[in-house]
Design a protein around this ligand. Structure first.
Ligand SMILES: [Zn+2]
Length: 287
């Protein structure tokens, strides 16, 4: 399984409730230590440019965040976070390019995209790397239709807002489980509806040239912001996605996950991401 990672996409930002900024490093170390990936599976990539970000966000907002004149999605003005942002979107874009060229499932170990709207960072999301990627590839003529399969438990409101703003409804389909399963108390609907929903959106994605899959860890029953799917149900989710889309261009990322163990570590989240990576490998994506 190929993975698009470089250390520049990581920021320590450990004070935040969301571990998104430092999670990529922990995930990559975990997968290497357990032999899920080898060092030569890790590919470098170029960061996206300001112009790439400004294609899907208000130009002034992009400049102000990167120049530390306004708050990012973590609601701080941390220079390290700002510097990491062109790399997180760059990782997603590079993974998608590889997936398109090789028609396989590849990983971008990134989070913090889907709440970011055209004008505003929101909910630990500063720039919408899903939309940066989809729009860049549409502009280059490499794809005509992109499906976003967003299995983070929260609604990808920023993605929908940017699609509407740019009038791309006929080019980009945003299937966000959060639009259906996120409820005010965070409990959501019954898991059996999730299974039916997933089957339906996979069918709807059959014609897409590229699928971007947010394999969020936060739908888990123990997640403080989730509470929908067991570990087994989440593994079934991932296997269904990877098996159904085998041989098709599929770039997947980590998205949310907020569990901690008694010592405060994000091990329960790492465990869920590990399961997704193993599912990707098991589903037999060719090297
Ligand atoms: Zn989430």
């Amino acid at each position: 399984m190929k993975i698009f990672y470089r250390t520049e996409q990581v920021a320590s930002n450990t004070a935040a409730y969301s571990p998104s900024a430092y999670k990529p490093k922990l995930v990559v170390e975990d997968w290497l230590a357990r032999g899920i990936i080898q060092r030569d599976d890790i590919h470098s990539f170029e960061p996206v440019t300001r112009a790439d970000l400004q294609r899907v966000h208000a130009p002034q907002m992009v400049d102000d965040v990167l120049d530390l004149k306004r708050r990012n999605g973590f609601r701080n003005q941390d220079a390290e976070v700002a510097a990491s942002l062109p790399y997180t979107s760059g990782s997603m874009l590079a993974a998608a390019r590889w997936a398109l060229a090789h028609r396989e499932a590849v990983c971008s170990p990134t989070s913090g995209f889907h709440h970011a709207g055209f004008e505003e960072p929101e909910g630990y999301c500063t720039f919408n790397g899903l939309m940066v990627t989809a729009v860049k590839l549409l502009d280059e003529g490499l794809v005509r239709h992109v499906a976003i399969l967003d299995c983070d438990v929260h609604y990808g409101n920023g993605t929908d807002a940017i699609i509407a703003r740019l009038g791309l409804e006929d080019r980009i389909a945003n299937h966000s489980m959060g639009a259906h399963f996120e409820s005010e108390n965070g409990i959501g609907l019954h898991p059996k509806y999730f299974k039916a929903w997933l089957a339906q959106v996979l069918k709807l994605s059959a014609h897409a040239d590229l699928v971007l899959y947010q394999a969020g860890a936060d739908p888990h029953t123990n997640d403080p912001l989730g509470g929908l799917l067991t570990t087994r149900e989440m593994l079934a989710r991932d296997l269904t996605v990877f098996r159904t889309l085998q041989g098709r261009p599929l770039a997947w990322n980590l998205a949310g996950g907020y569990q901690r163990d008694a010592s405060g570590s994000i091990e329960p989240v790492l465990q869920l991401h590990r399961n997704t990576a193993n599912a990707c490998v098991r589903a037999g994506s060719p090297k």
